[in-house]
Design a protein around this ligand. Sequence first.
Ligand code: FAD
Length: 760
Amino acid sequence: MDSPQVLNANLLPSLDYITEFKDKTDFEEEINHAWRRAESECVENLLEHSQISEEMNQKIYDIAFNLAHSLRDRKSSSGKAGIVQGLLQEFSLSSQEGIALMCLAEALLRIPDSATRDLLIRDKINQGNWKDHLGQSNLMFVNAAAWGLMLTGKLMETPKQTSLSGILTSLLARTGKGIIRKAVDAAMRMMGEQFVTGETIGEALDNAKTLEDKGFRYSYDMLGEAALTEHDADRYFEDYTQAIHAIGKASEGKDVYTGPGISIKLSALHPRYQRSQTERVHHELYPRILNLALLAKTYDIGLNIDAEEADRLELSLELLERLCFEPQLANWKGIGFVIQAYQKRCFYVVDYIIDLAKRSQKRLMIRLVKGAYWDSEIKKAQIDGMSDYPVFTRKVHTDLSYIACAKKLLAAPDQVYPQFATHNAQTLATIYELADPQKYYLGQYEFQCLHGMGEPLYEQVVGKVSDQKLGIPCRIYAPVGNHETLLAYLVRRLLENGANTSFVNRIADKNIKIEDLIENPVQEILHTAEKEHAVGLKHPAIPLPHDLYQGIRQNSQGLDLADDSKLQDLNQAVQHYLKHQWNSYSLVDQLDLQDLAEINSQEIRNPADHSDLVGYVIEAETAQVDLALDNAYQAFENWKNASQDFRAELLLKAAAIMESRIQELMVLLCRESGKTYSNGIAEVREAVDFLRYYAAQMQSIDENGTLSPLGTILCISPWNFPLAIFTGQISAALVEGNTVIAKPAEQTPLIAAQAIQILW
Ligand code: FAD
């Protein structure tokens, strides 16, 4: 829960920390606008900045073809897939049983302590009744395609979830108890080997030596993210500190470019790393980052800030800005930052970063990635009712954005050391040519790949040109940690491997021709534009969040609490409503309310701050209740006979009014029932959704259908959802042709009165 103080505080955090250094730059304005731009507009702009000559395109094609061709050959014959195939051989499993077992092992990983996990395997799983203990069996098999790919090294038809479930049950019934235990252990170990460089930093540094000897470099990632408590954050901080010491010693005086480095996640260092907690982030998280940076500087190893969810971008840029101007970090080139090409803003973030480097006289290490949170960004925007998505909806648009951003980064060699992280041979070849291989110099740029995923591709890249390699260095991102900390990372990698648009997935599918695999994104976009008669349209199967229930009803609109420009507007409204008082009284006898305090009224105070008087309530007397019942009874006949459409239309109208008053209702909910702002928004939206949902239900029922209204319905609602449940009950009853007497919870009559007035 947000702390109660936040309710009365200014929604806009004071940005003193930043304004000390600068005014908001034009680049930041651009970053903010780009989020709301239509995808097609962004793509048109990117196309202008991604022009590549015919001659260069041909060279890119040739290199990409060769890389992809040898990669496909290697994949099927050897490599990681081979190790994982050991599982099948060791336990004489069919590949389908192997897939089912990997799914089971992944589900078991979600049990946080190994003692409980062991007990569960021993007592329950071995008996075959795993379904009762691992939640919904279907959910367990969501990653089956990715496991299939990794177990066998090739895409195979993924068995249906029901048959996987049958396979697992019969496997458990058939196999001896000890064997399952061992097989699950082996499966977990393999997940570790596939994705993790070592359980400890010492082990990882040792394991890295083989590829370092071949010219690879490393950036270590101490697994763990999204600290939920201060204790978690302390532990991760300690892990990072120890890791920097170890990596620093192993670096043996190399510099940030040639030596190993560390990657950190800010969500691991603070449990409330989010926009609504900006001040705490600056006061509490920033000193931790600075400490780590100072330590990294003493060893001259690079410290890179990983990119996470899109709504954290602006916050992380603020922290980066402070870091760059830190006098103690002057003359150090090791500050690293990740930018995500799938964000519509990325192109402008590059401008901002180059400008920042100029202003602070730094050369920044900038890792360009496509972005690992695509599924959750899309889903979150839909759930939150955003006006658009922060990310592109077609993969090829992300690919294009990557090229446009790469061009800009390469054109600013004094300000940035670009680090191109990709497993896609076409993207790799494009960067290689854009950077002009004839002019390559040590320290110009590097590639990056993930441990366990990118080595086969980059073994063709790292090394001498005389050995038929491309002669460009590659840094391996090397996760370090044990099974307990692996899960969030593992799930992202599985989504990546399992997505049928991803390069690593498609390269394994021999039905896809190499030519198709390495198609140039500009050409692909132009081909699609010909068919669709427009450039850069968003994916046809991904409607904008407000059209999510296409043709049925509109999704309710949210308010984006991470958007500074929206916050400014919201802040004004909030300041106004923080002082406002509301009244609530029975509406049946048209009371004249000249002076509420003089009538028998009661105060309603903010449960989180008793000095805050939110308004007054006059509770109904028995006579008013009788009158209400009477009115409802009298009105029933007319209301019942009104057309269904008419009743539905009224609900829709109420939804529109409620949505237009979201700012006021949100503040009232916060003050009367002690909700946080985000809970307040969610509640108003739920009420709006109820109104639209019941209206749509009514509109879908045949006018002469079997509706039989009951008469007068009494609706009593609880205090915990004083608007949403209140509105939901009433609107469901009303739209069917009933009349309604509504009694709100005694703690929350003010918001209920607003809902009733809106309905009236
Ligand atoms: P490709 O197969 O060419 O591209 C896959 C990517 O395309 C997806 O990951 C997604 O970004 C994008 N995409 C897929 N479908 C769609 C769609 N429908 N619409 C729009 N875009 C789509 N990611 C982070 O977020 N933060 C990090 O800090 C980070 N660090 C990384 C470090 C390294 C060294 C590497 C190699 C990757 C890192 N990643 C990080 C992951 C990265 O963002 C990509 O998920 C991953 O590299 C896959 O991209 P690709 O170019 O290799 O493969």
